[in-house]
Design a protein around this ligand. Structure first.
Ligand SMILES: [Zn+2]
Length: 62
């Protein structure tokens, strides 16, 4: 009862239906592409967190 059948989901890379062999990707090729994204992203962390400044608790009143 705990066995869930393989449900093909869209590949996060190319949106094609994923295969059970390379899930959640459609192929190992897309898996590699995703891996590259992770690697390059880890090497060059984009600093786009300057538009989300949390300044709460400053006593702004109502
Ligand atoms: Zn794909």
């Amino acid at each position: 009862m705990s066995e869930t059948p393989f449900v093909p989901r869209p590949c996060p890379i190319c949106s094609k239906p994923s295969t059970e062999a390379a899930r959640p990707f459609c192929s190992t090729r897309c898996a590699n592409v995703d891996l590259q994204h992770w690697l390059t992203g880890a090497y060059a962390l984009p600093a786009e967190e300057e538009d989300n400044i949390d300044e709460e608790g400053d006593g702004d009143g109502a």
